[in-house]
Write a protein that binds this ligand. Structure first.
Ligand SMILES: [Zn+2]
Length: 391
């Protein structure tokens, strides 16, 4: 058996614990949480806090080879243009970058990932990884209704060969409201059952809303630039999220990703549509691409279930959930550590259906992560230099 203690233990069930010891078996299953005075064996003492393993609710592992290659602060549309045009790199470089990124996440205390895949590049790494992956096979047809069936057929090959080893799972998902036709939404819905979780990129830039409200804004130039015909697309007069709500299946757990410009009405519209909605924030990617963060108070006021993601190394400096929650607390300091720890593991584990993860409770196997340097009030995440894995 193994014994761990820290000045603070964030269990995600009730208030943080003090003067307690977590007892696990050698595989990390929690056997007991007991008073220090009950333990005579050697205890590993952490100066700081112990938290459950992090769950990264949004990543694109297959874009890891973009690390350090794309400019910051360009805005979303030029950013996507760069990713689409620069995507092909030597196969060996792509594979090595994926392996390194997977190892980096493990070292940073991440135990599960919701990972977007357009290709099969990550399947081999996921098969042998110590992390559990929920692969979201992401589809888009640039709003070309006639292309929907071809697009689906092409991506089903990617879906069929995704890793399902161990705890790995998969589903078919739409990319974003502005890139998926009505036909393709329907075809994607037909692939999933109500046990699945799906995700969609949502309201990352004001241009998305403008596109749907009056068919104006920079997305028009984006489509023009790729020679895409938009004659089949009609403005809906509503924000982009309403198009997603009209065409997605409200019975599935649904992750809305980014939500940088989402307002109270948008959040409530989605929550009225489906009571299994999760709001995934990727703050460092938002700063990298758009130089903007969501207004988190709006989400709290609407009782939104929040999760945290890193996005990919094309739009981030590292893959660390600790760095994401440090950023949130640095810019919106009203958010306390206890809340952010819940966002970083419990909510995302629930969203991805990993019941063994997300909280330190007897019988679960959440992974334990040390946040050394967190003071005993637990109020300054920025004091923590790194998250290290205990088990
Ligand atoms: Zn993304």
């Amino acid at each position: 058996m193994l014994y761990f203690s820290a000045e603070l233990i964030f269990t995600n069930i009730g208030k943080p614990l003090t003067k307690k010891v977590i007892v696990t078996d050698n595989d990390g299953t929690i056997l007991d949480i007991t008073d220090k005075s009950n333990v005579t064996a050697d205890v590993m003492e952490i100066k700081g806090a112990i938290v459950p393993g992090f769950v990264n609710a949004h990543c694109h592992l297959e874009l890891s080879h973009f690390r350090g290659k794309l400019p910051t602060g360009t805005g979303l549309i030029p950013f996507i243009r760069s990713v689409v045009t620069l995507r092909d790199s030597p196969e060996l470089e792509i594979q090595q970058a994926i392996k390194n990124a997977d190892e980096e996440m493990y070292q940073n205390g991440i135990v599960a990932v919701g990972d977007i895949s357009n290709k099969l590049d990550t399947a081999a790494t996921k098969d042998s990884s110590k992390i559990s992956y929920y692969t979201f096979v992401e589809m888009f047809d640039f709003l070309q209704e006639d292309e929907a069936q071809n697009t689906l057929d092409q991506y089903l090959e990617v879906y069929n060969n995704q890793s399902t080893k161990g705890q790995n799972k998969r589903s078919c998902v739409p990319h974003a409201p502005y890139s998926v036709s009505k036909n393709l939404f329907n075809l994607i819905n037909d692939q999933n059952n109500d046990q699945k979780t799906v995700s969609i990129h949502n309201q990352e830039t004001p241009h998305e809303n403008q596109f749907f409200i009056n068919k104006k804004g920079d997305l028009i130039d984006f489509y023009d630039g790729f020679g895409m015909d938009l004659s089949q697309f009609q403005a809906t007069g509503m924000p982009s999220i309403d198009y997603a709500l009209t065409h997605m299946d409200s019975d599935l757990k649904t992750l809305f990703i980014h939500n940088t410009i989402c307002d109270k009405r948008d959040i409530e519209a989605a929550q009225n549509w489906n009571d299994k909605t999760y709001w995934i924030t990727c703050p460092n990617a938002n700063l990298f691409i758009e130089n903007q963060l969501p207004n988190y108070q709006t989400f709290i006021d609407s009782n939104a279930k929040m999760g945290v993601g890193t996005d990919s190394l094309s739009s981030n400096w590292q893959l660390s959930i600790l760095e994401e929650i440090k950023t949130i607390q640095r810019f919106q300091s009203f958010l306390d550590t206890e809340t952010l720890i819940r966002w970083s593991s419990y909510n995302s584990a629930e969203a991805l259906g990993y019941d063994q993860l997300g909280s330190i409770e007897i019988g679960k196997q959440p992974g334990l992560v040390a946040l050394e340097g967190l003071n005993n009030r637990g109020d300054k995440l920025c004091d923590v230099l790194s998250a290290s894995r205990l088990i």
